[in-house]
Design a binder for this molecule. Structure first.
Ligand code: ADE
Length: 234
């Protein structure tokens, strides 16, 4: 997959996505990540990318033209353009699965107070990573690119690693344990030590259902639970 980020601060995306699994996915060619800086598409001596908002107000806004030109530079037939903004659709695993099917994603990262509204029609989707305000779209782009990259076939070496995981199927995952079997007096649940695959699968399914109902009753796979059980899980 090809991903381009339109950003004034490429290092905010490039650096975190150079480590660990995404770093390896880039090195192995599963993910090609490029950057375009709107500052390179200005024409004045100061390479100005921002200006004061019409009508007054605090902070500066990114101007439309340098962003427009930066997108135009990388946009091809079949590119899917995403504008990162707290006003967008809430990002979730379903959105990650949708985006993982695309060949080319372009992320537009606003900074300062945002971008001139007239840029919005350039985007195929407005996306938010949650109900809070970041300093810019860059940390949001990192989260989205990370979640999408791990879904590209071949990136995770165990093919089923993304099948049974949290949120897939609208459920949280059952808890995991590793050695030692007893740690500071706390035991690993008996079923997981049994070696009985059927029993283990049943235990995991039952724990996933219980946990989801208690902690995230809003998820689609959740079964209704009593208030008391929800409280106990907190
Ligand atoms: N830019 C600033 N805050 C954001 C958020 N929560 N999601 C996406 N982009 C943003």
């Amino acid at each position: 997959m090809r991903v381009d980020a339109v950003t004034l601060f490429p290092g905010m995306i490039d650096t975190p996505l150079s480590e660990s699994i995404v770093g390896r996915a880039r090195a192995e060619g599963y993910l090609e990540l490029g950057f375009v800086n709107p500052r390179d598409f200005t024409e004045d001596r100061h390479r100005t990318v921002d200006d004061k908002p019409y009508g007054g107000g605090t902070g500066m806004l990114m101007m439309a033209e340098p962003v427009y030109r930066a997108v135009k530079k990388v946009r091809k037939k079949g590119s899917f353009v995403i504008l990162l903004t707290p006003k967008g659709r809430k990002f979730d695993q379903a959105a990650a699965l949708e985006l993982a099917k695309k060949k080319h994603l372009i992320f537009i990262c606003g900074h300062y107070e945002g971008i001139d509204e007239r840029i919005v029609p350039l985007a195929d989707m407005e996306l938010s990573i949650g109900d809070y305000v970041l300093t810019g779209g860059e940390p949001a782009a990192v989260a989205v690119i990370d979640a999408v990259t791990r879904l590209i076939p071949g990136v995770l070496k165990k093919s089923d690693a993304t099948v049974n995981e949290t949120f897939t199927g609208g459920l949280l995952e059952a808890p995991h344990y590793t050695r030692p079997a007893v740690w500071r007096g706390k035991k690993v649940p008996e079923a997981l030590l049994s070696g009985n695959h059927k029993l283990i699968a049943e235990w995991r399914a039952s724990m996933a259902a219980k946990l989801t109902g208690a902690a995230r009753p809003d998820l689609s796979g959740a079964r209704p639970v009593k208030k008391a059980a929800r409280k106990a899980a907190k």
